[in-house]
Design a protein around this ligand. Sequence first.
Ligand SMILES: *Cc1c(COP(=O)(O)O)cnc(C)c1O
Length: 412
Amino acid sequence: MSHNGNGRVPFVDLVALHREIQGELLDVFKTTLETAGFIGGPVVESFEREFAEYCGVDCCVGVGSGTDALRFALMAAGVGLGDIALTVPLTFVATTEAISQAGARPAFVDVDPRTCTMDPLELQRYLETQCELDSRTGQCFHRALRRPVTAIVPVHLYGQTADMDPILALAEHYNLTVIEDACQAHGAEYFSKKDNQWRKGGSMGHAAAFSFYPGKNLGACGEGGAVTTNDGEIAKKIRTLRDHGQSKKYYHDVEGYNGRLDSIQAGILSVKLCHLSEWNTKRRQAAQRYDQLFSSTPGVVTPALPEWSRAVYHLYVIRVHDRDGLQRHLSKANIETGIHYPVPLHLQKAYDGLGYRAGDFPVSEAVASEILSLPMYPQLQAAQQRRIVDEVNDFIVDGGVLGSPALLTRIE
Ligand SMILES: *Cc1c(COP(=O)(O)O)cnc(C)c1O
């Protein structure tokens, strides 16, 4: 056994990150206190312009959270009461909460076993076998549920985009709106063969949702979110929705929400956006280091990086046979880990009513039992990573816990 000390390794280290830029952050508070412009105003508008430019889109609308961003994007794109919106079971519950809160019904297609993002072949199978196109209206209908299918919400999980070309092609053929859940993918890129260029996550669908929850690659010091889009009409509707449906003060065109991005958070996000590329580069370097360190460990599957992907590693997720045992072992060694996510959404109690059963999405279910998220943040040190990998080796190799779970063999 070789140990580089046994100091605690946190799962994320926001303290270290904020220490690096403390002066700039304190200036934001000070300026805001001196102008007392807490809600809306020029600070929010400049962050919106900066983030739109970063993502390569025409419009960005700051909102109160990633969940707000998803809900408003769906509503503004016309997804509504009684519609079906397709997404994946392996995501954070906010994806489906937003679909339901927009009045629609979530339905699932399974993920690709290599990337853990929406499997375009499963999407195609769903549309071909369960839906039909109304030849008169061009609308896609679910045959058994007799409801219109109107949207796809691919999730750019762990900082890697979904395989968007085939998803967008299916969406076009079936007249579906695509809302990207880019809440974990600030700065991730996808090589579109169709466009013959790299595209940023959040610039490919009709609209996309970002979260600025503190632990995300770009995080506020509180709650925040944004919608990005090239569609000026969608952006305009969201500006109304986030502010009680007002077109001007106290003139309410529709019932809306209190879903604004406040100016202290916008100022903080502007400061942090200047560092995002550098932080993402450090995450990529840390991911490469993990990949190398694990290259001689049998029984550990490291994240796949398809040739079309430049991931930003919001999370570094490995797959192993005895995941729970490994997590306990690391916890005893003072190494914090996470599971994203332990229960696929179709098996959550909250979605009993949708009528799914265990076995309906075998890849998501297998993945959920094997995944473990290791510490990952720009300030993560090489020595900390070596200690983490040493501990994983101690458990797997020395402990003889190799195993050959169904999924691990299937994705060789
Ligand atoms: C974080 C996250 C959200 C929700 O964002 P909030 O800002 O917490 O509302 C939605 N989807 C995914 C995939 C996320 O990771």
